[in-house]
Design a protein around this ligand. Sequence first.
Ligand SMILES: Cc1cc2nc3c(=O)[nH]c(=O)nc-3n(C[C@H](O)[C@H](O)[C@H](O)COP(=O)(O)O)c2cc1C
Length: 158
Amino acid sequence: MPLLIAYASLSGNTRDLARQVRARCEARGHAVTWLEAGLHTPAEIGDPRHDLYLLGSWTDNAGRTPAEMKRFIGDLVAAVGRPANVAVFGTGETQWGEEYYCGAVRRIARFFDSPFPTLEIEQMPHGQRDALAIRRWTDQVLDTIGTDTHADPARHLA
Ligand SMILES: Cc1cc2nc3c(=O)[nH]c(=O)nc-3n(C[C@H](O)[C@H](O)[C@H](O)COP(=O)(O)O)c2cc1C
């Protein structure tokens, strides 16, 4: 089964982050199902069950989860229950205060009782430091499911 990357992005920061996470997953040989909350629903992606769910979100007012992400999560839980393998990433702005910074990322991780650390990036990912943080986080998450049995075998043959 492939991995699912589903994200919500208003102005592109989280989409850019999701693209970098996707690139790392694919570089390690994993097939990725790609879904933008608000544009696509789990019903549109065929079998909604995946080995790993990587959920990304921007944060709305006072640390809240944006409406399109809430809807997506509701649809996902209706389709597959509350999966155990959920890793959460996202972007926010520290000017909202530490209490609210990337609040949606933290709320989603709590909701799914995620066993992974969250990946929180300030606004648009940029520079070596963010690139390294994204690569390390993605590797840490992927290491827990292994690369050999779950990776897309076709990519290893290519
Ligand atoms: C109405 C509004 C409220 C926001 N509230 C928060 C907040 O409480 N905490 C936070 O970290 N960022 C907050 N932000 C900042 C965005 O989450 C941040 O700019 C994010 O990178 C946007 O991601 P996107 O480009 O993927 O939409 C808010 C932005 C908007 C427009």
